[in-house]
Design a protein around this ligand. Structure first.
Ligand SMILES: C[S@@+](CC[C@H](N)C(=O)[O-])C[C@H]1O[C@@H](n2cnc3c(N)ncnc32)[C@H](O)[C@@H]1O
Length: 282
């Protein structure tokens, strides 16, 4: 059975207060509440008609019975966890809301079908939106936690397990894509957590991805995360945003996002980039 949101289009009189954005402090995640109620509540936050259509399409694509089974599987873990634990991603609606904004930015609702790789895909809500709009999708993420794998299976999205590691190629099986998305990533923290990547590390990864995993013309989107890092209260890494802008990326300084539309691989020659290996031949 596929869940439909059409019955919720008209707001009820007893409509609860609008919840805040999921990337703001103070959001209460409710991964055990009925999907329909959550989808209805978060729909009210969207003001843009195009974003709302994107949200509705992904909402309608979710298999409600399988979602309930997933809630039951993780119920005990969710109850034990605090709000900041990754089981918050089982609450689909806030993430559909935030990622439908990104999907709109990237024209996923208007561009012809293309192939998309999401690096550090988490619960896969962005790729679920992409898939619901006819795109070919692949997730790349760490093997843990299990509920990310189960969420991707719920959406019917293939996943390659592994990690972005400094200087190391991605598995060759990943292949090439028209669009690569890295959003809210946390792999730029050194293993001992004493520091974060700077331009040489970032430039090495970007150069590597452009050389080995992007089709041309192609697009590379990077949205930074500021909440992880040595102190846990990091600022966005602005030098990367500045560099991206200098190389023609469309940047949004409110969210520290960079969107490179590329005809040729980006080499960032002025940066003494960290060397990256090449994927082994398939
Ligand atoms: C904050 S979540 C963002 C999830 C998703 N991109 C989103 O926007 O909703 C960070 C993600 O990065 C993944 N991650 C952490 N370290 C990683 C690494 N070294 N390589 C690949 N992914 C990693 C985590 O498993 C998680 O899925």
């Amino acid at each position: 059975m596929v869940f439909g949101v059409s019955g919720f289009r008209k707001l009820r009189k007893d409509q609860p207060e609008k919840p805040p954005r999921p990337d703001k402090d103070g959001v209460i995640y409710k991964p055990l509440e009925p999907l329909g109620e959550r989808l209805q509540a978060w729909r009210t936050v969207i003001e843009d008609a195009r974003q709302m259509a994107i949200y509705d399409r992904v909402a309608e694509s979710v298999d409600a019975e399988r979602y309930v089974a997933l809630q039951e599987k993780y119920a005990a873990q969710i109850r034990e966890n605090e709000q900041r634990a990754t089981t918050k991603y089982i609450d689909l609606a806030p993430w559909f809301m935030i990622h439908s904004r990104l999907a709109r930015l990237l024209d996923l609702d208007r561009r012809p079908p293309c192939s998309i790789l999401d690096i550090g895909s988490g619960g896969g809500q962005f790729l679920a939106i992409a898939k619901a709009h006819g795109h070919q999708t692949l997730a790349f993420d760490m093997p843990e936690p299990d509920h990310y794998r189960d969420l991707l299976a719920l959406f019917g999205i293939d996943r390659v397990e592994g990690a972005v590691e400094l200087g190391k190629p991605l598995p060759a099986a990943i292949g090439k894509f028209d669009l690569i998305v890295i959003n809210g990533q946390v792999f730029d923290v050194f293993k001992d957590r004493s520091k974060r990547w700077k331009l040489p590390e970032w430039a090495g990864l970007i150069r590597y991805l452009c050389a080995h995993h992007l089709n041309y013309p192609g697009e590379l989107f990077i949205g930074l995360n500021k909440s992880d890092g040595p102190t846990g209260t990091e600022e966005f890494y602005w030098p990367l945003v500045d560099l991206a802008e200098k190389h023609g990326a469309t940047v949004d300084r409110k969210y520290a996002t960079m969107d490179f539309k590329l005809e040729h691989p980006l080499t960032l020659d002025e940066i003494d980039a960290v060397e990256w290996g090449s994927p082994s031949p398939r």
